[in-house]
Design a protein around this ligand. Structure first.
Ligand code: T5A
Length: 212
């Protein structure tokens, strides 16, 4: 693939959207101007419809099982990967993704308790060996996450989960980041200035090893 795929991960309110803009503007300074930003779930007409099922309480009268949630998320993801991300990378466009597979492992694996090997098997079947070139994991405590999310307004279906749920999700993220050198952790509980500084440092170091 000619373009690169950079993913930003973390709990709600960790600063993923904000960080996408920071990464994009830094890449532009390095002369990388063909960039698109994607979000998961979402990013295609069908995937956006699936997002509303995942985030809204439209299913108030019907419990969404954990497996249904997982499968909807992967359905949305494969639509995005095949129809948007891979074609962009093939054209030489860089992709900055707000969430990707690590989210499913952390939320549906760590949070919902779905078997880790099952998720990895599903992922392998659906996506093969397609993985991001770099993942930035923005680490915040569930308390900070909730504080920032509440400031934003009404909570969505998953944001209404318990503090215990988000503690499990975060702990799982912290385990997952140790499994790959392509995942870099940023302490996102710091001020926006410090977070921006650390993100820039990571991207600059990484770019030195990337063939542009
Ligand atoms: N989901 C998703 C799964 O369960 N499994 C999956 O596989 C996938 C893909 C939607 C939901 O879907 C779930 C997880 C989610 O519950 P989403 O759209 O990414 O996922 O939703 P959120 O994570 O909720 O997105 P947010 O917009 O809330 O969070 P961001 O993007 O991390 O944060 P951002 O940049 O919008 O910032 C939020 C607020 O915090 C402030 C910002 O100014 C803003 O007000 N902020 C800071 N304040 C102080 N200091 C800092 N360092 C700050 N950084 C940001």
């Amino acid at each position: 693939m000619k373009g690169k795929f950079i993913v930003i991960e973390g709990l709600e309110g960790a600063g993923k959207t904000t960080s996408s803009y920071i990464v994009a503007s830094l890449l532009r300074k390095y002369g990388i101007n063909n960039i698109i930003c994607t979000r998961e779930p979402g990013g295609t007409p069908l995937a956006e419809k699936l997002r509303t099922i995942i985030t809204n309480d439209i299913t108030q009268k019907e419990h969404i099982t954990h497996y249904t949630e997982l499968l909807i998320l992967y359905a949305a993801r494969i639509q995005l990967v095949e129809n948007v991300i891979k074609p962009a990378l093939m054209r030489g466009t860089w992709v900055i993704g707000d969430r990707h597979t690590l989210s499913s492992q952390a939320y549906q694996g760590g949070g919902r308790g779905i078997n880790h090997d099952f998720i990895l098997h599903l992922q392998q079947e659906i996506m093969g060996n397609f993985i991001p070139d770099l993942t930035l994991y923005l680490d915040v405590t569930p308390e900070i996450s909730l504080q920032r999310t509440k400031k934003r307004g009404q909570l969505d279906r998953i944001e209404k989960e318990s503090l215990y749920f988000f503690t499990c999700v975060r702990n799982y993220y912290l385990t997952l980041v140790q499994t790959s050198n392509n995942i870099k952790t940023v302490d996102a509980s710091q001020s926006q200035e410090k977070v921006t500084h650390n993100i820039k440092k990571i991207i600059q170091q990484w770019l030195q090893h990337v063939h542009l």
